[in-house]
Design a protein around this ligand. Structure first.
Ligand SMILES: O=C(CO)[C@@H](O)[C@H](O)[C@H](O)[C@H](O)COP(=O)(O)O
Ligand SMILES: [Zn+2]
Length: 648
């Protein structure tokens, strides 16, 4: 296979440390997805912003996975809220890098809205399809933390544009899918649900006593674990408040909080830590709350395994990887009924779901779980089973592989289909040309001669048609009234009946469309004139009425038709019926016939002028029988001014 995929993740590099304010789930998502996709045979380049001047352009992270550091804005740590202004530069740098690669990227997979912007621009420029995982949506974020949102205002608009432009959208859970379709009107057909995952090598059941021993934790005390980024929306205060309820019920439990900006909690620098600390003190439970600070990833499984229950009660959560990790380590989860948590945690089976910001409800479920070892065992077994069946990164990558295959194959299919359509149309056109050459040559000659004769006699041609045929009628008049192949001839009187816009619109508007052409035939038509009608169906009423009128005036009717010739073929004096049932092929042949008619007309007129000049010279008196005056009294035109003009 070995398709090359570009994962774009402007602010979250798999190489970055985890647990800080700006790093979290997305770093893991991109890193683990890249790792598993590489295992499936893809070559992966992860494009992320260079935030340190010392970073090399490319790092071979794993075999088949490179991390590419893209120059966009100053090469230093910046908050993700300030990055959008550098996304055009990101696009430029990434495009330049892509151009230097020997292999074309089959697909771009953008992560987060700003990378989506980059992918959208690259698709515009290079035509590479893209899929996007938003990880979080601006409108959802605004609903929950309007006052704290520091992203630029255009975020939601950009997200909507990206959804429009994307070839595929990954929803991480049913809630995400609902947000995409309901808040943004994203096309449901583009959306595939692929959850986040965990790695069983990293997170697996460990003996609780052993974990506690390693972490120096009390061997028997009830332990509630809260782990993840420490920002207000994670709802850690709800857990602290619930602790006071438990106290009232005489349940002695310790809340262990892992996460934050620093390895050791920093009272002055870490504001959220300070806020929570003060709250715990105020509520009188400070002695039951321990802040552990940020931990290395390798240590996390011991914390999960050491806990009796894991709690995650954010106000909202696009997916939430920590509940998966806890369940993988065999720890029941009590989670908020929001976002991906309500999907990953099976209520009553692997843990419980409670409303966010509801310490009472949380306390009740905590009590339930902490009081019953049997329930804990039941939840534990289900949790391990569920996450290993549904949420490993390997499974995620397999599902993503299906999406990629579909999108890259669809590109091929569409292109192949288009190619087939083009090839068929050419063959069809070639066939129609060949068949027409066989069946129409004589009729075209007759029509050309008839037109030339009409001009010779001082007559004119009125030409009309609808739509494409209207355009062809103009085409015909332009060739003859103007210039075709012969230089220096006078203009030939051809009037296209669709050229007078004011008349056409007024008449159609006031009286009707069916006699717009008949009306003009009545005004312009003379017995020596020809009415030429172009129609693919031969059944357009305005053409049929024009022909009726022309007949009444003694004009000749020439038709260019197709299919079975329709009603027009019954009325026409000379009918050129293209042997095809396809409107387009018929129109294409009509243009060809028009050119052939012009060729013949010009050739006949040259002969006529030469004949006429010769006749005038040899016996001007005898020829006074009148070559220069037509039947209806019009002077006959000298179409070619000088023989030498024609033959050089
Ligand atoms: O060019 C096309 C289709 O290829 C159209 O504009 C097409 O000419 C219009 O539908 C006409 O109204 C069709 O009229 P007709 O050929 O049946 O007399
Ligand atoms: Zn057309």
């Amino acid at each position: 296979m070995n398709k090359t995929i570009a994962l774009i993740s402007e602010h979250a590099s798999p190489l970055a440390m985890l647990g800080g304010v700006d790093s979290g789930g997305q770093n893991i998502y991109v890193g683990e997805l890249a790792r598993q996709l590489a295992a499936l045979g893809y070559a992966i380049d992860v494009f992320t912003r260079r935030d340190d001047p010392k970073l090399p352009i490319g790092v071979q992270w794993l075999s088949n996975v490179r991390i590419i550091h893209v120059d966009a804005g100053p090469p230093k740590q910046l908050s993700k809220e300030s990055l959008f202004q550098y996304m055009d530069a990101f696009t430029e740098s990434m495009e330049a890098f892509m151009a230097r690669q020997p292999k074309r990227y089959a697909l771009l997979h953008a992560n987060f809205w700003m990378s989506g912007y980059v992918a959208m621009k690259l698709k515009e420029r290079l035509g590479v399809p893209f899929v996007i995982t938003f990880h979080a949506l601006g409108k959802v974020r605004l609903m929950h933390q309007r006052e704290n949102d520091k992203f630029p205002e255009e975020r939601c608009d950009v997200e909507a544009q990206v959804m429009q432009a994307a070839d595929g959208i990954i929803a991480e859970c049913p809630q995400d899918e609902a947000d995409l379709t309901q808040l943004y009107r994203a096309d449901p057909d583009k959306i595939t649900m692929v959850p986040c995952g965990f790695s069983p090598h990293e997170f697996h059941p460990i003996d609780k006593a052993y974990a506690r021993m390693l972490l120096d934790m009390h061997p028997t005390r009830k332990i509630i674990l809260q782990l993840g980024r420490m920002v207000p929306r994670k709802g850690i205060d709800t857990v602290i408040q619930a602790l006071t309820q438990l106290r009232k019920e005489s349940i002695d439990a310790q809340l262990v909080i892992v996460g934050g900006e620093y390895e050791k909690p920093h009272l002055h620098a870490d504001l959220e830590y300070r806020r929570l600390m003060e709250m715990a003190t105020e509520l009188g439970v400070a002695d039951a709350v321990s802040f552990e600070g940020r931990k290395n990833r390798e240590q996390l499984k011991y914390f999960y395994a050491a806990a009796d229950v894991f709690v995650s009660t954010p106000w909202y959560e696009p997916f939430g990887i920590t509940p998966l990790e806890a369940m993988a380590c065999g720890t029941p989860v009590i989670g908020a009924k929001v976002g991906g948590i309500q999907y990953s945690v099976a209520n009553g089976k692997t843990g419980f779901l409670v409303r966010p910001k509801d310490p009472q409800a949380l306390a009740r479920k905590l009590e339930l779980v902490l009081k019953s070892e049997d329930l804990q065992l039941y939840l534990r077994q289900n949790a391990i089973k569920r996450v290993n069946e549904c949420f490993t990164w390997k499974k995620v990558a397999q599902q993503m592989d299906e999406v990629y295959r579909r999108l890259t194959a669809e590109q091929l299919d569409v292109k192949d289909d288009d190619k087939r359509i083009i090839a068929t149309a050419f063959l069809e056109a070639a066939d129609t040309f060949r068949l027409s050459a066989d069946s129409l040559t004589d009729a075209i000659l007759r029509a050309g001669n008839m037109l030339a004769k009409a001009f010779e006699k001082g007559g004119k041609v009125l030409v009309c048609g609808n739509g494409g045929s209207a355009a062809e009628s103009l085409h015909f008049s332009a060739e003859l009234l103007g210039r075709f192949e012969m230089p220096n001839r006078v203009g030939l009187p051809v009037i296209s009946l669709m050229a007078d816009q004011a008349m056409l619109t007024a008449w159609s508007n006031d009286i009707g469309f069916n006699d717009v052409f008949a009306r003009q035939v009545e005004a312009y038509g003379r017995p020596d004139d020809v009415l030429m009608c172009l129609s693919t169906s031969g059944n357009s009423p305005n053409l049929l009425e024009a022909m009726e009128k022309a007949k009444q005036l003694g004009m000749v009717c020439l038709t260019l038709l197709g299919k079975d010739g329709g009603q027009a073929a019954v009325r026409g004096d000379i009918n050129l019926i293209v042997p095809s049932s396809s409107t387009q092929r018929i129109q294409e042949l009509h243009l060809h016939i028009i050119h052939l008619l012009c060729t013949i007309v010009e050739r006949r007129l040259v002969n006529y002028s030469v004949r006429r000049q010769a006749a005038t010279l040899s016996s001007s008196l005898v020829q006074a029988v009148d070559l220069s005056v037509s039947q209806n009294g019009n002077p006959k035109p000298d179409y070619v001014k000088q023989k030498s003009d024609i033959f050089g």
